[in-house]
Design a protein around this ligand. Structure first.
Ligand code: MN
Length: 238
């Protein structure tokens, strides 16, 4: 058993305030401060690219990770405790510079500061047990260092990526492969829908779901994620 306590006294606080979670920003020394991390469940069509409106699509569902689960400029993912089945999920990360409530889908992209490459690492065995029991997913999703992330690329540099390859290799084998245009719920739609459920804030981050091909990782594996027009993320499982 171990415990941690704040040794430094900061005026105005009974204990030292926690560190501000943040991501690096490409092209600057300044950081992107993180407020919340929203994640979208199953957001890639398994087959053809959707064209226009699909009346059969289910509403998106959301869960959250903790801001400090993000690991900025990650190059290592420590295999977590309490699981024997940890899966990789490569995801486009969206970083918001503004927020609000009930944001119109046509205005939603104006909230975006930038985009990045991230991993929604998942303790699949624990998540599966929780699903079976109808319980919340936190123990499967929101554990320490569960969201390795690369730098955020500002919209001024990368625009609003809506199409292009998204893939993940494990030790040079392609395990996940898709296209951003297979996202069932587009970035603007996700922002708009989330803003009808929560008050979005500057600093909120959205992990936008993963393409097919998720699977287990082992200690020593090298994960290489790529999103066309955004960048790469290379992480070793330790
Ligand atoms: Mn995911």
């Amino acid at each position: 058993m171990s415990s941690q306590s704040a040794a430094v006294s900061i005026p105005g606080y009974v204990i030292s305030p926690p560190e501000q979670a943040s991501l690096s920003v490409a092209g600057t020394e300044e950081r992107f401060p993180v407020h919340r991390v929203y994640c979208v469940g199953r957001n890639y069509a398994a087959h053809a690219v959707e064209m226009g409106h699909d009346p059969d699509k289910e509403p998106p569902f959301f869960f959250q990770k903790n801001p400090d689960n993000l690991v900025a400029d990650a190059n290592e993912f420590p295999y977590p405790k309490a699981s024997q089945d940890v899966h990789h999920e490569i995801e486009l990360l969206v970083a918001l510079k503004s927020g609000g409530e009930d944001i119109d889908v046509n205005d939603a992209l104006e909230c975006v500061f930038g985009y990045g490459v991230s991993l929604d690492m998942t303790r699949r065995d624990l998540q599966g047990e929780m699903k079976k029991l109808g319980r919340p997913w936190e123990i499967g999703k929101a554990f320490e260092m569960s969201a390795p992330a690369g730098p955020v690329y500002p919209v001024s540099a990368v625009g609003h990526p809506a199409a292009g390859d998204i893939w993940l290799k494990v030790n040079d084998d392609v395990r996940q492969s898709g296209d951003l245009n297979q996202m069932i719920w587009k970035t603007a739609e996700m922002i708009s829908i989330l803003s009808g459920l929560f008050t979005l804030q500057p600093g909120d981050v959205i992990l936008t779901g993963t393409p097919a091909g998720v699977g287990p990782v082992q200690r020593g594996d090298n994960l290489h994620g790529h999103i066309a027009g955004v960048g790469d993320l290379t992480v070793r499982v330790s």
